[in-house]
Design a protein around this ligand. Structure first.
Ligand SMILES: C=Cc1c2[nH]c(c1C)Cc1[nH]c(c(CCC(=O)O)c1C)Cc1[nH]c(c(C)c1CCC(=O)O)Cc1[nH]c(c(C)c1C=C)C2
Length: 621
């Protein structure tokens, strides 16, 4: 069995271990001197095992330590690495180092993302955060590749003329306006329809062309999934309900504008709670000006910082390289025993939080097949290929582009899902040069900082006005960094996936065809993210209800679940499910983490009055 210190060392990449060693006041820079686990003088109230050391497991441990400070917490992770899909690495290039993200790369500070923003404050990450402004091209310019070129999606900031011209002339928008205008005239679905695919739902309400050319692109960018398989009820619960209650999606949206948005009671309570948070005023102001944010060493900084924070808690133990073989409820139902693969004996815990995928959970509960604890939830594999080119500005300014299902095969034979323009998220060497600044008076900026005011330079909000902005790519000359996303549902039936060299060749072929980039990349990285995105296919809600009933019946509140397979596949959603599962445990309910699924209690939020700023709206909602 691994003790706390040993577990930590093997848990982290060398870079992480060094960071922790230097940050930990009790370690004297020597990782082997990290103190072993020590118990609280007062008996622990709960003895909780967390299965899985990805972002959900880490966040669950974090919220547990906060909400139940006397709980003993043990984190089991099968691999020798903590952090799961969050995977950032620094790569050398000729004139410095650049940062490659294999998985998610940005976070939104709204809705479930308020939790991420709170972690920025609580883990003292604000000074390492990069805040692209909501007016920046990274935030505004989003492209879709259809049928053979990039189309910039309309945005109020581009003006009526450009937006109308684009809507009128681009084939991607064919039928979009007319189907939007006539949506309200279409019959509502029958009460008997329990769920249907996003494709079927939007085809009925709007048009098939809208699904194939626009919506499927959006779904690629989030789920890497197939519009004709994903569930309308689970992905668009608000619109699904609008059709049932208001007769049409448009009528529902108009009603929400007039009378206020209808949300579940649980959601309203969460939003209320988020509103009362004690924000650092400067961070709050900075976040209001931001739609996405990231960190100077990538999103991996979030998991690193969580690990460091947890390590400092005497009641938290990491067990890495420790796959769990099975778990079982004790006969008197007072505990769950966990048997790790190489352990001689099982260990008892009062509660277990599983941050595992459904198939892993079924494996450890020995309830797979027809007896599965959690019904099968499919997932897709995404290959991300990071490319770094010496020449700057090889892509148009913006966030990147997604490729819809309707893009003809000859224009996307690689079956790419999209390309992210990573250089847009981070200041570059040009931002160090004062003469490049939109505001050049540094003294004035510093004065503003001292008064706690927000400081924006070029496209970024500079939290606390550092002498040097946070940059992901530490280079003398700016280059172009892109990530090509391949696979997803396109690879569903493939018996084998491309290897590294094939992935690189596919990605280069994509950027040559779509962006005209023929240059040899100076650095690259191919990352196979096997089964990384769960697919909420038609009937997903029913599967979650079944899972809830099974877990509740078999484990009587002793086993609870969290993760990306239930109510959202993003990092923010993982944080939210961790937050909720811990609060369920704290409140002592006989919950599973899935008790909210299909709840029918709705409340109406206050309507947003015209003229009110969007950001104020986000905060209230
Ligand atoms: C590994 C690839 C991923 C793809 N989607 C996700 C991942 C991790 C998950 C995801 N992506 C987005 C959302 C919406 C919520 C949000 O936080 O914005 C979710 C849940 C949006 C998004 N899509 C792309 C980016 C850069 C973002 C912002 C969030 C992030 O950094 O992941 C680009 C993109 N992601 C995927 C594809 C195919 C794609 C194409 C350009 C798949």
């Amino acid at each position: 069995m691994l003790r706390r210190g040993h577990g930590l060392i093997s848990a982290l990449q060398v870079r992480q271990a060094h960071r922790i060693a230097s940050a930990c006041t009790t370690c004297n820079g020597n990782v082997t001197a990290l103190r072993p686990y020590s118990t609280d003088p007062q008996a622990p109230t709960h003895n909780v095992a967390i299965l899985g050391g990805g972002i959900t497991g880490l966040a669950s441990a974090y919220y547990l330590a906060k909400e139940l400070p006397r709980a003993k917490i043990t984190i089991y992770e099968a691999s020798d690495r903590i952090g799961g899909w969050l995977s950032s690495k620094r790569v050398p290039v000729k004139d410095g180092t650049i940062l490659f993200e294999a998985g998610p790369r940005t976070l939104r500070p709204s809705a479930n993302g308020v939790l991420a923003a709170r972690l920025v404050q609580e883990l003292d990450l604000a000074k390492d955060t990069i805040f692209p402004q909501r007016t920046s091209p990274a935030a505004r310019n989003r492209y879709v590749y259809y049928p053979d070129h990039l189309v910039r999606m309309p945005h109020p900031a581009f003006g009526i003329a450009e937006n109308v011209w684009s809507l009128w002339t681009e084939p991607i928008f064919q039928t979009a306006i007319w189907s939007g205008l006539t949506e309200i005239t279409k019959d509502a679905r029958s009460d008997k329809v329990e769920d249907e695919s996003v494709g079927d739902f939007f085809s009925r309400r709007f048009s098939k062309t809208v699904v194939d050319r626009i919506l499927s692109a959006v779904l690629h960018g989030i789920y890497a999934g197939d519009a004709w398989q994903l569930s309308a009820k689970s992905l668009f619960p608000g619109l699904w309900r609008d059709e049932a209650t208001a007769g049409s999606v448009l009528a529902g949206v108009l009603k929400a504008r007039a009378d206020g948005l209808e949300v579940t009671k649980r959601e309203a309570d969460y939003l209320q709670e988020m509103k009362s948070y004690a924000w650092d005023p400067l961070l709050k102001a900075t976040l209001k000006d931001t739609t996405v944010f990231t960190f100077k060493d990538g999103l991996g900084m979030l998991s690193d910082r969580l690990v460091r924070h947890l390590y400092d808690q005497s009641n938290v133990e990491f067990r890495t390289s420790t796959p769990v073989d099975h778990i079982a409820l004790s006969e008197d139902r007072s505990s769950v025993s966990i048997k790790a693969k190489d352990a001689e004996q099982a260990e008892d815990f009062t509660h277990v939080i599983s941050a595992l995928s459904p198939s892993h959970l079924n494996f450890v509960t020995k309830q797979a097949g027809p007896e599965a604890l959690v019904p099968h939830i499919p997932s897709v594999t995404v290959m991300t290929v990071n490319l770094y080119f010496r020449t700057p500005d090889l892509n148009p300014p913006g966030f990147g582009y997604v490729i819809p299902q309707a893009t003809p095969f000859e224009n996307n034979p690689e079956r790419a899902l999209g390309v992210v323009f990573d250089t847009a998220y981070s200041p570059g060497p040009q931002d160090l040069d004062l003469s490049n600044w939109q505001i050049t008076d540094a003294d004035q900026l510093k004065q503003a900082r001292d008064q706690g005011q927000l400081i924006n330079v070029n496209d970024f909000a500079w939290y606390n006005m550092p002498d040097r902005p946070n940059m992901q790519d530490d280079v003398k000359e700016r280059g172009t960094k892109l990530t090509v996303m391949l696979g997803g549902h396109w690879w569903n039936d493939w018996p084998v996936f491309p290897d590294e060299q094939e992935g690189l060749a596919l990605a280069r072929s994509v950027v040559e065809r779509h962006l005209g980039i023929k240059e040899e990349p100076e650095a690259w990285s191919v990352n196979m993210q096997k089964d990384c995105i769960p697919q909420y296919t038609v009937g997903h809600e029913q599967r979650l209800k079944t899972a809830h009933n099974n877990i509740s019946r078999e484990y009587k509140g002793r086993l609870r679940v969290a993760g990306s397979w239930m109510s959202g596949v993003g990092v923010n959603d993982c944080l939210r499910s961790a937050y909720d599962v811990v609060r369920g445990l704290r409140d002592g309910k006989d919950g599973t983490g899935l008790e909210h699924i299909g709840t029918n209690e709705y409340v109406r939020l206050k309507p947003v009055r015209p003229g009110r700023k969007v950001e104020d709206k986000a905060e209230t909602e």
